[in-house]
Design a protein around this ligand. Structure first.
Ligand SMILES: [Zn+2]
Length: 174
């Protein structure tokens, strides 16, 4: 509970820091508090809410590299939502779908693969979304960057307040 997620000014997660470091950065005016835990920190001179997510007020630049094409990253891109029915599922209940089926020449690439729940996958079968009268929640794109931070833990073990900011960063332990 004492860990704080540090975001770049762009809201991209950079690293996990301890709360003391977060308070120091806050006192120096380098970060703003985005999310808090429901716990207070007391010192001689002040009492503040323990921050859980802080954001840098100045840009930190880092080199970019292309993101790995993997099942986990497809799920992460689509935020664990089935791209047909729009519901969120656990990893075990998800699969991925070739929008244009492989049997029709559909490629296994970012723009033709979406996260799909088992039911929707079964319903769609070897058809195109149009033939199956199923609509995509959003058009899939190739992500252009890779996260600075990789967290190898179960998505459910991540503090609730971090989830909106950890997009590509959680590498699921299966
Ligand atoms: Zn679905």
């Amino acid at each position: 509970m004492e860990q704080v997620l540090l975001l770049n000014i762009t809201y991209e997660p950079l690293k996990i820091i301890n709360w003391k470091k977060a308070i120091t950065l806050l006192c120096l005016g380098k970060v703003e508090v985005i999310e808090e835990y429901s716990r207070d920190i007391h010192s001689v001179s002040f009492t503040i809410r323990l921050p859980s997510v802080v954001r840098l007020l100045r840009m930190v630049k880092r080199p970019k590299s292309p993101i790995k094409f993997s099942r986990q990253n497809i799920y992460a891109r689509d935020r664990y939502n089935c791209q047909y029915c729009g519901s969120q599922f656990n990893t075990e209940e998800l699969t991925y779908d070739h929008i244009l089926p492989k049997s029709r020449g559909g490629k296994t690439e970012w723009e033709n693969i979406v996260t799909c729940c088992v039911n929707c996958n079964r319903k769609k079968g070897g058809r195109t979304p149009k033939e199956a009268t199923m609509t995509l929640v959003r058009k899939p794109v190739r992500p252009s960057w890779i996260p600075a931070l990789r967290i190898t833990i179960g998505y459910r073990d991540v503090p609730e307040s971090w989830r909106d900011y950890l997009y590509w960063n959680v590498e699921l332990v299966e």
